[in-house]
Ligand binder design. Sequence first.
Ligand SMILES: NCc1[nH]cc(CCC(=O)O)c1CC(=O)O
Length: 323
Amino acid sequence: MSDQALRLGTRRSKLAMAQSGQVAEAVRRLTGRPVELVEITTYGDVSREQLAQIGGTGVFVTALREALLRGEVDFAVHSLKDLPTTHPDDLALAAVPVREDARDVLVARDGLTFEQLPEGARVGTGSPRRMSQLNAYARSHGLTIETVPIRGNVDTRIGYVRKGELDAVVLAAAGLNRIGRSDEVTDFLSVDTVLPAPGQGALAIECRAGHTARDAELIAALAGLDDPHTRVAVTAERSLLAALEAGCSAPVGALADLLADGQTVKELRLRGVVGTIDGSTLVQLSTTGPVPETHDQAMALGRELAAEMLAKGAAGLMGERAH
Ligand SMILES: NCc1[nH]cc(CCC(=O)O)c1CC(=O)O
């Protein structure tokens, strides 16, 4: 492979820079080539609107993809949970590296855990999925919380708690870990209580689909960063999301995890949840079976669980966001 620098397109946020920097380092080690970061601003970065309002899907990725297709950058790193479930033919999902912690976490004042929050606590999150499951969690403890829609980067969100405007905010563990702020966490929310967003904690490394020898060479090199287990899990999770005809701003949680017997991976469990925003009704189902061996099998698993969820009334709970 030539020693020409590879250009990695990245958003400018601290989180994007952290994850792009980590992938850049891995690609340097893998290919022996220099990797240059190219900063790109996306609509999701400049818009002050709530994600649920601007549609969510793709707001962070579109500008990066356009830069890829125009040949301005050679590859890009996305948070997989921000990636729309339909993949354009001219782009390749070259690698899905080993997933970080998939959980949501609470960053609360005075070190409070979720169960220690006072009645009426103001909890910041703009995510319908988090609102739904947090409200359900609160209800199960005889508590009523007030979810407050917020946006902004991780620093901004934690700032609402530091300034006393909110009692707590909910964030992804992976994001805090990647920017070195996991010490802010006051409670790790078990996935048995709050199922993360499909693909949460995982990254997607994307490049052009390889019409030129140079692109094909890059795809082959990036494959060295792929973790097959993470890929199969997120494929099933995203297939479930797609089959529910829901976008990334729908109140849908999904997590596939491998059940191991000692060192041997035995089975894959896929869990899915859909709920009303107030948390009064959740449809939560799980399926366990042999680890899918192909992309199509992983897709089928997600579709099958989605069909069961729809049969239990999932569509009705997603309301107008299900489009
Ligand atoms: N919604 C924005 C977003 N997209 C990816 C992450 C970081 C976690 C990840 O990689 O899944 C976050 C922040 C958050 O949800 O707290």
